[in-house]
Design a binder for this molecule. Structure first.
Ligand code: 5GP
Length: 208
C-alpha cells in the first residue's frame, strides 16, 4: 500500500478553536507533522519563535518569497503568512501526514498546486459562540475582534470548497479530534492515493 503522507489543510474562522484541536491531535496520535508557518505578525503572549510561528520582519518575509521558499503565502488582516516548502516535502516523503493550519486563500492555492490535498474546515456551532470565543481569548483588542468577524463573513463564501466540515462543539474537543483523525486516515484508502499499489496488482495479475 501507499507509504507517502497525506497533505491536510485545516482552516476555520479565527476563534474556531482549531489551534487547540491541532495540539491535541499531535499529542494523541503519532503519525502527524504540523507545519510551522512564517508570519509578519507580532507574537502573542506565550508564543515562541519556531514553535507557533517563525516570526519575520516584512523584509525577511519578502526575501523568502523571492527565494521561492513557500508552497503558498497570503495576506490576512494586515499581515503575511506563508507555508515553508522544504519541511512539508521532507515529511510527506518520509510517510508522515502533514497538517497545515492555514486560512482559505492559502488553502485554495495549495489545492490548486497539489490536488490530492485534503481540505478540512473547522467551525464553532454558531456565530454567537464564535464571538464569545474570540472575546474570551482576551489577547485581542475590540478592533481586531471586529476585523476577524468581518473576515469570517468573507470566508464563509469558500466553506463549500472544502472536502469536510467539522463542528467543534463547546467542551467536545476530544470527539472533534477523533473525527478529524478518522477523516484523515480514511483518505489513505482513496484510490488516487494508491496508484502504485493498483499498478502493482495489475502487473501481478498479468502473470496469472
Ligand atoms: P493567527 O494570527 O490567529 O495565528 O492566524 C491568522 C490566520 O492565518 C489563521 O486563519 C491561520 O490559520 C492563518 N495562517 C497561519 N499560517 C498560515 C500560512 O502559512 N499560510 C496561510 N495562507 N495562512 C496561515
Amino acid at each position: 500500500m501507499n507509504h507517502k503522507g497525506i497533505l491536510v489543510v485545516v482552516s476555520g474562522f479565527s476563534g474556531s478553536g482549531k489551534g487547540t484541536l491541532m495540539n491535541r491531535l499531535m499529542e494523541k496520535y503519532d503519525n502527524y507533522a504540523l507545519s510551522v508557518s512564517a508570519t509578519t505578525r507580532s507574537p502573542r503572549a506565550g508564543e515562541c519563535d519556531g514553535r507557533e510561528y517563525f516570526f519575520k520582519t516584512q523584509e525577511e518575509f519578502k526575501e523568502m518569497i523571492q527565494e521561492d521558499a513557500f508552497i503558498e503565502y497570503a495576506r490576512y488582516v494586515d499581515n503575511y503568512y506563508g507555508t515553508p516548502k522544504k519541511y512539508v516535502q521532507e515529511q510527506l516523503d518520509s510517510g508522515r501526514d502533514v497538517i497545515l493550519e492555514i486560512e482559505m486563500q492559502g488553502a485554495l492555492k495549495v489545492k490548486e498546486k497539489m490536488p490530492e490535498t485534503l481540505l478540512i474546515f473547522v467551525t464553532p456551532p454558531s456565530v454567537q459562540e464564535l464571538k464569545r470565543r474570540l472575546q474570551g481569548r482576551g489577547t485581542e483588542s475590540g478592533e481586531i475582534i471586529d476585523a476577524r468577524m468581518a473576515q469570517a463573513k468573507e470566508e464563509v463564501k469558500f466553506m463549500e470548497f472544502y472536502d469536510h466540515v467539522l463542528v467543534n462543539e463547546t467542551n467536545q474537543e476530544e470527539s472533534c479530534v477523533d473525527e478529524m483523525h478518522q477523516v484523515i486516515q480514511c483518505a489513505h484508502t482513496k484510490t488516487s492515493q494508491n496508484r502504485e499499489f493498483i499498478e502493482h496488482i495489475r502487473e501481478q495479475l498479468k502473470e496469472v
